[in-house]
Design a protein around this ligand. Structure first.
Ligand code: ZN
Ligand code: ZN
Length: 448
């Protein structure tokens, strides 16, 4: 999940902390050797109950994997160790073919079922964030300044668990399940390709040809183990804008000799907010935030230019395109009214995450049967973004939210914060959610 837009153009700026000492590497290697997975789900799960039992039995191993990843978090496009761990774990599961080096550190697993059928994909993300962990837990990050604060350690662990459960059902699977372990969901470093677009470029959906995709994100907003889904837009598009207002410098005592870009920028910030209040349908999700304003150097000098950086978020690709046009109109009008000029560059971080309505409707009965009506809940779209959206541009997809909040255990801190942690027992429900989504899809396809 992205709360910070990451530019894909060369104009962006973003800094990353990449502290990986020899000690960390040594620990990483020793853990890899020590943590070789072997045991399998004991009996083949052939029903909802079977899946539930298999997922529950895997919880200790999933906790072990999640905590290992949590202790060794890696930033976007730097998930070397994480990818190694994932590949090792997948190779130990019967019937999984493993491809590494996809979109740099991405790993793709493939499980061909015993019967013919379509290909369905399940996706997890691998990267962590440049955040110092403040939680005093036995599995605290050993990579100082880097933390799994978005729950991608749990996503990865759950997808390995799902692969294990599905492997136990292999003979009866009518089709193929592809497991996408994607790097750089939070956005690749400046100048580097990465994330979902690069996974797609590297054949994640085409080799073999994927027909539908499912993914999930943990959230401390919802009670542990509950499943939340909606139909249509569920997460926002995220674009970063950089606006330069160009004026004319002068002595601070002589404003009549200047075109003061700070006055123009102030007027622009105000005017841009009318997009939300007067252009976009009030019932539609939309955000325009100016996150930084920089200009000027001294109290008695009128600046030459002001640079403003911010983000727009929408739940509709039409509104997204319109908003950029409206911004240019407003900036042009306000700047010229003051005798100034402007430049604006946009860079994209994510498209709108849109859950395919037909796929949601078709999958819901299986989810309600599995979890019970009261544990599968509708949700309102949120303004944060996900690059899962790029897969959904290619094939129908559903992105779920899985509650990991437990106040009694102290798991309430928001995602992307130093104190974030999650109720690990929810991973059982996460595995059931992923496995059920895949098996239900293949079973329905077999009846078509
Ligand atoms: Zn995130
Ligand atoms: Zn995330």
């Amino acid at each position: 999940m992205r709360t910070i837009p990451v530019a894909r153009s060369s104009s962006r700026s973003r800094h990353f902390l990449g502290i990986r000492g020899a000690f960390t590497i040594a620990v990483a290697i020793s853990l890899l050797v020590a943590a070789t997975p072997q045991t399998r789900a004991s009996s083949p799960p052939s029903s909802d109950q079977g899946i539930a039992a298999a997922a529950a039995a895997l919880l200790p191993r999933m906790i072990e994997i999640r905590r290992d990843l949590h202790m060794h978090p890696e930033l976007s496009n730097r998930e070397e160790r994480t990818a190694r761990v994932v590949a090792e774990r997948l190779r130990a599961i019967q019937g999984i073919k493993v491809r590494t080096g996809v979109a740099r550190h991405g790993v793709v697993g493939m499980l061909r079922g015993g019967k013919p059928g379509p290909v369905v994909a399940l996706r997890a993300d691998l990267d962590a964030l440049p955040i110092v962990e403040t939680n005093d837990v036995p599995y605290k990050s050993l990579n100082e300044g880097v933390k799994h604060a978005c729950g991608h350690d749990a996503h990865t662990s759950m997808l390995i668990g799902a692969a294990e459960v599905l492997s136990g059902m292999r003979a009866e699977l009518a089709g193929t399940v592809v497991f996408l372990f994607q790097p750089a969901e939070e956005g690749p470093p400046e100048g580097e390709p990465g994330g979902a677009p690069q996974m797609i470029e590297d054949g994640a959906l085409s080799s073999p040809k994927v027909e539908a995709i499912f993914g999930l994100h943990v959230t401390p907003e919802f009670e542990s183990g509950t499943v939340h889904v909606n139909s249509g837009a569920v997460m926002a598009s995220a674009d970063k804008f950089t606006i330069t207002i160009k004026g004319k410098s002068a002595h601070g005592a002589n404003p009549h000799d200047s075109v003061d870009p700070i006055v123009v920028a102030a007027a622009c910030v105000q005017a841009l907010q009318t997009i939300r209040s007067r252009r976009v349908n009030p019932q539609e999700g939309f955000v325009l935030s100016v996150g930084s304003v920089h200009g000027g150097s001294r109290f008695n000098i009128i600046a030459n230019e002001v640079v403003m950086v911010g983000t727009i978020r929408t739940h509709s690709e039409t509104t997204r395109a319109n908003a950029v046009r409206w911004m240019r109109e407003i900036l042009g009008g306000v700047a010229s009214a003051h005798g100034a000029t402007f430049e604006m560059t946009m860079s994209e971080s994510a498209a709108v995450t849109v859950n395919d309505p037909a796929l949601v409707a078709a999958t819901l009965p299986a989810l309600k049967r599995t979890f019970g009506e009261s544990r599968v809940l509708a949700m309102k779209p949120v303004m944060v973004a996900e690059d899962f959206s790029y897969y959904q541009r290619e094939v129908p997809g559903v992105f779920y939210f899985l509650g990991v909040r437990d106040e009694s255990k102290g798991f309430t801190a928001p995602l992307h914060t130093a104190a974030f942690d999650l109720d690990e027992s929810a991973m059982v429900q996460g595995v059931r959610l992923l496995v059920t989504s895949a098996t239900d899809y293949l079973e329905r396809a077999a009846k078509r």
